[in-house]
Design a protein around this ligand. Structure first.
Ligand SMILES: Nc1ncnc2c1ncn2[C@@H]1O[C@H](COP(=O)(O)OP(=O)(O)OP(=O)(O)O)[C@@H](O)[C@H]1O
Length: 274
């Protein structure tokens, strides 16, 4: 991993993300019930909770995939709740997905180039005709992709088709592609799900490196408690769509309602399995 990676073309200021009273209803089911939290600039903020608590719904609202029934999400001066996903991405929110969402036949380089799409100025025609301006721009994007690949430790995989890479490396490519968007807020949906111990440690180190090198905010949904407690500056806990706790990890970890929600979830799972 290189430590020379620097922000590129970013405004120096990272906006605060303010989620206020967000409610999402699906035909009779309240997936999020007046949920609120704030992601401070440059912090790592985790959203945790038992299965079905509303974590993915929350991510989907922030990235514009789902529309909130009510409530507000502000990123600096911008209200996000009425915006489509590509506009939210343009404002500097980039995300990864719980299930890998890469093009498996394309190389790592091409998948990362797709992440640069919103930053590409040359029009379709100029690019198609290979005009000098478009070629110069492509070269700059390629150089940036190589820089980011070096940072996340993917240099020797750049030309490999993503589908042939081990799972842990594919998750790393997803994160690299999100970084290619030059985000101000990086949203990671279960970044270590399905990984073995070594891969988990590598990913945790990478998240720390992103925060330290770039100073961007990171919002994390994660089941791995060890990872959350180690990485997060602040934790929001959801249960049945409601926020039941919010604060620094050590405070949240000892909160009786949080312990009850997790123990309840465990005993229900055990009952279902028996
Ligand atoms: N598109 C949808 N249509 C209907 N119900 C949905 C939809 N998406 C989520 N839900 C419901 O909303 C609730 C919250 O789901 P969500 O996936 O946000 O939880 P989660 O905390 O991410 O769970 P997990 O940890 O299992 O991923 C669940 O009851 C789920 O079934």
């Amino acid at each position: 991993m290189s430590d020379t990676y620097q922000p590129d073309g970013m405004e120096p200021s990272i906006p605060r993300l303010e989620v206020r009273d967000v409610t999402v209803r699906f035909a009779g089911l309240t997936a999020l019930d007046a949920v609120g939290f704030t992601v401070e600039p440059g912090s790592v903020h985790a959203v945790i909770g038992p299965n079905g608590a509303g974590k993915s719904t929350c991510f989907n609202v922030l990235s514009g995939v789902y529309r909130a029934t009510s409530g507000s999400v502000r990123f600096g001066g911008a209200e996000l709740t009425a915006l489509p996903p590509h506009r939210i991405a343009e404002l500097g929110l980039a995300r990864t997905f719980q299930n890998i969402a890469l093009s498996p036949r394309l190389s790592v380089r091409d998948n990362m180039m797709l992440g640069r799409h919103r930053l590409t100025r040359a029009g379709f025609v100029a690019a198609g005709l290979r005009l000098p301006s478009a070629r110069r721009e492509a070269a700059l994007h390629n150089a940036r992709v190589e820089e980011i690949a070096a940072f996340v430790g993917l240099t020797d995989r750049l030309d490999a088709p993503v589908g042939l890479l081990p799972y842990g490396v594919q998750k790393r490519v997803e994160l690299a592609r999100a970084l290619c968007m030059e985000p101000k807020l990086l949203m990671l949906d279960e970044p270590v799900a399905g990984m073995n111990g070594g891969e988990r440690r590598d990913m945790a180190e990478l998240v720390i490196a992103v925060r330290e090198s770039l100073g961007i905010s990171i919002l994390l949904v994660e089941h791995d408690m060890g990872m959350v407690m180690r990485l997060a500056d602040a934790v929001t806990v959801l249960d049945f769509g409601r926020r039941i706790a919010d604060g620094p990890p050590e405070k949240v970890q000892n909160d009786p309602e949080v312990i009850r929600a997790y123990l309840g979830a465990t005993s229900e799972t055990e009952e279902a399995a028996s």
